[in-house]
Design a protein around this ligand. Structure first.
Ligand code: MN
Length: 724
């Protein structure tokens, strides 16, 4: 191979020419020189390699670089694009690139190579893991993903060289991963191209059929568009509004396909609306155009969206409105109008990459970058908190397909949340501490349950309480990835803490039946036993005991076994000899109360270990226990801790005569006795009276007796008793 020197670069080779031409439009000479060096390096490295299509391999990195040059990205990014496959496909490694082109270029190429090694299989798990890596890579330097997108774009443009099976795979991957990312980064041009290329690769037939019918329809509308153009332009001129660009847009095929699929609309219904985009010089003109257009045709106000005042999550800004023509044709024709300024349009087309274009100009366009970075940081934080890769992907996918609601903080700041988000999502969006301690919410200054779905424009205020904890039930209604991850994380920790605590207590009780105490053991004894039983730490052992996966007295015997040679022939240690465990507080993560008998403080109780779930407390007379005597043998003696603070559920049955207002009086009596009603059911209805079951929460038996007295005094109550 011929040695290449810098001087030879003055002759521009044919294959480099298109890229060179694009670069001269914006890049200083010395930087183009560096790019040229990267080109020569890459060309040499790929010598003798060919694309499946038969072209020399270098055409691929050059095309990727052109895509990025069209987005006006910096020289390091263009160089990285040229070099993006050398680590992967040749003997060159990262340190070679670092000495030749510096840390940053080498870093980007390395990042892209790692992404390239990912194989998105059909197995969800593998896919999820790769997706994580992708997000992590983006977090380090967002240019990694820009190069990767450009790489994928060229591969998709040349996909016809691949076998059909491969094409479908790549098509799906492009639709599920690459297109949403491009969209999230605000790169509209690449996003729509990804969608159409992915669509064509995944469903070639549907693509062809749809394309034919769309082309047909568009042809039919051309005349109408022409006439409307004249009318609108004339009106705008009359108001001396300078129009920068006026364009009847083409909807991209995949967006039409999605509408047909998701909204069950026909092609004709979708194409009936004419999409128009008007671009003007500045923000003020946008609103002037809006005014003129709303005057000229009939606006459908419910469809109006001001993304200038409230930009989308990816930074997109524009005015969207739907108009119905008047007096042009006999039938009103709907127009979907977008109005943007030149700057907004640039941002809409280039998204995050506009950051590099406009670095030197006003700081304003940087918003796209700031937003994208904030999004990525959020994802990274979430990644730390989610357990499995699949959970993470679900969370990210939720974020990638946003249907947002916009709400206000009490101070008037706008927050965007996924559609269906609740006050809990809102709380977690502000800060995980606020989410973890929220107890109530005010929506437009009115108290509302935390689960209420938020709607656009609401002012949301979160009320927190010290010591409040996330509720597992929240998982049923939260929609944002961040809230879900945080709640899961909290519950996981909580359950572990609780089970370790309980396990320790159970083990100690078991020890005490041998008249021993955990503290009596020699150092390391516990650790050795934990290891022997294949636990990584003593905490893990305690947790297993607490969760009921390991029997406390078996461990106790192990612990004491070699010390005292206790009688091994008697594994059925009599439970009666065990010290009772103390039940305090209300139900938690590892202690729950049987809903068969609703034990409350004052009741004689016992506890059952429930494998994987900790212990369930029952009353000694619980009918369930009597039906299954074996339970008694598995049970652990328990007693109530004193003093015991907390609220305990209990069920009472009443017979009430059928008179108007009887139920209300009953409820009032219960409230008077300072007990909360958790649930009410009408169990039987006879001619004269109705039997009502009420689940309420009380402090203890004394409190319950007080409630029963009150209820008995209600005029219409014939009978009341606690259900056993
Ligand atoms: Mn490549």
């Amino acid at each position: 191979m011929k040695a290449v020197t810098v001087n030879e670069a003055k002759v521009i080779p044919d294959d480099f020419m298109p890229l060179y031409f694009e670069l001269t439009k914006y890049m200083p000479e010395d930087q183009i020189e560096s790019v040229n060096k990267a080109y020569i390096f890459a060309k040499q490295a790929h010598t003798g390699q060919y694309r499946i299509s038969g072209e020399p391999y270098i055409t691929h990195p050059i095309s990727a670089a052109i895509t990025l040059a069209e987005l006006r990205l910096d020289s390091q990014c263009i160089m990285a694009a040229l070099l993006h496959d050398v680590i992967e496909d040749t003997l060159i490694d990262k340190s070679d690139l670092q000495t030749q082109f510096g840390m940053e270029v080498a870093g980007i190429v390395d990042g892209v190579s790692k992404l390239t090694q990912m194989e998105f299989g059909s197995r969800a798990e593998a896919e999820a893991e790769n997706f994580c890596k992708m997000i992590m890579a983006m977090g380090r330097d967002i240019r990694v993903i820009l190069v990767k997108l450009a790489d994928r774009l060229h591969n998709m443009r040349t996909i016809s060289a691949l076998a059909p099976e491969k094409r479908r795979l790549k098509g799906r991957e492009t639709l599920e991963i690459y297109a949403p990312i491009a969209n999230r980064l605000g790169m509209h041009g690449i996003y729509t191209e990804f969608e159409d290329l992915g669509f064509a690769a995944l469903y070639p037939m549907r693509y062809r059929v749809l394309k034919a019918s769309v082309t047909e329809r568009e042809k039919a509308f051309r005349q109408i568009e022409q006439k409307l153009t004249e009318i609108i332009i004339a009106r705008l001129q009359k108001h001396r509004i300078q129009v920068h660009s006026f364009e009847w847009r083409k909807r991209h095929l995949y967006s039409i396909y999605k509408k047909m699929r998701d909204k069950r609309m026909s092609v004709n219904e979708i194409l009936e609306k004419l999409p128009l985009r008007i671009i003007v010089a500045d923000l003020e003109s946008c609103y002037r155009v809006l005014g003129v257009m709303h005057n000229l045709f009939t606006p459908r106000l419910e469809r109006f969206k001001d993304f200038i005042a409230v930009p989308k999550a990816n930074g997109y800004r524009a005015l969207h409105t739907t108009l119905l023509t008047r007096g042009v044709y006999r039938h009103a024709i709907p127009i979907d109008l977008q109005i943007r300024s030149v700057n907004m349009n640039k941002l809409a087309e280039f998204g995050i990459s506009a950051h590099w274009q406009e670095k030197s100009e006003t700081g304003k366009l940087d918003r796209a970058h700031v937003r994208a970075q904030a999004w990525l940081n959020g994802l990274l934080e979430m990644h730390k908190n989610t357990g499995t890769p699949q959970e993470f992907v679900d969370a990210v996918k939720n974020d990638l397909f946003p249907d947002e609601v916009y709400v206000f903080t009490p101070k008037g700041k706008i927050l965007e949340l996924p559609k269906g988000a609740s006050a809990v999502d809102f709380a977690y969006t502000i800060h995980s501490d606020i989410g973890n301690t929220c107890v109530a919410a005010k929506l437009d200054r009115r108290l509302a349950p935390l689960s209420t779905p938020l709607s656009n424009g609401q002012t949301v205020e979160i009320i927190t309480a010290e010591g409040a904890k996330p509720n597992p039930a929240w998982l049923n209604f939260v929609v944002s990835g961040k809230a879900r991850a945080n709640i899961r994380q909290y519950l996981k920790c909580q359950q572990r803490c609780d089970s370790i605590h309980l396990g320790q207590e159970l083990l100690n009780k078991a020890m005490s039946s041998f008249s021993k105490n955990l503290d009596d053991l020699p150092n390391n004894r516990l650790q050795d036993i934990a290891q022997e039983l294949a636990y990584e730490s003593t905490d893990d052992l305690f947790e297993a005991i607490g969760l009921g996966n390991q029997m406390a007295f078996v461990v106790a015997k192990h612990l004491l076994g070699q010390l005292e040679q206790t009688n091994d022939a008697n594994p059925n240690l009599e439970p009666g000899k065990l010290q009772p465990i103390h039940i305090k507080g209300s139900a938690g993560m590892v202690v729950t109360f049987g809903e068969c008998c609703y034990p409350i403080p004052g009741d004689p109780i016992l506890a059952l270990m429930n494998s994987g779930r900790g212990i369930v407390v029952h009353t000694e007379q619980c009918p369930k226990l009597e039906q299954t005597p074996t339970y008694f043998q598995q049970s652990i003696p328990a007693c109530w801790a004193e003093p015991n603070e907390g609220e305990f559920k209990v069920e009472i049955l009443t017979e009430v005569s059928n008179q108007r207002g009887a139920l209300a009086k009953l409820a009032a009596a219960i409230a008077d006795a300072e007990a909360n009603i958790e649930d009410i059911n009408l169990t039987e209805k006879a001619e004269q009276c109705t039997r009502i079951s009420v689940v309420l929460s009380v402090k203890d038996r004394k409190h319950l007796a007080h409630v029963l007295r009150r209820v008995r005094n209600v005029k219409n109550v014939l009978r009341v008793w606690r259900r056993r």
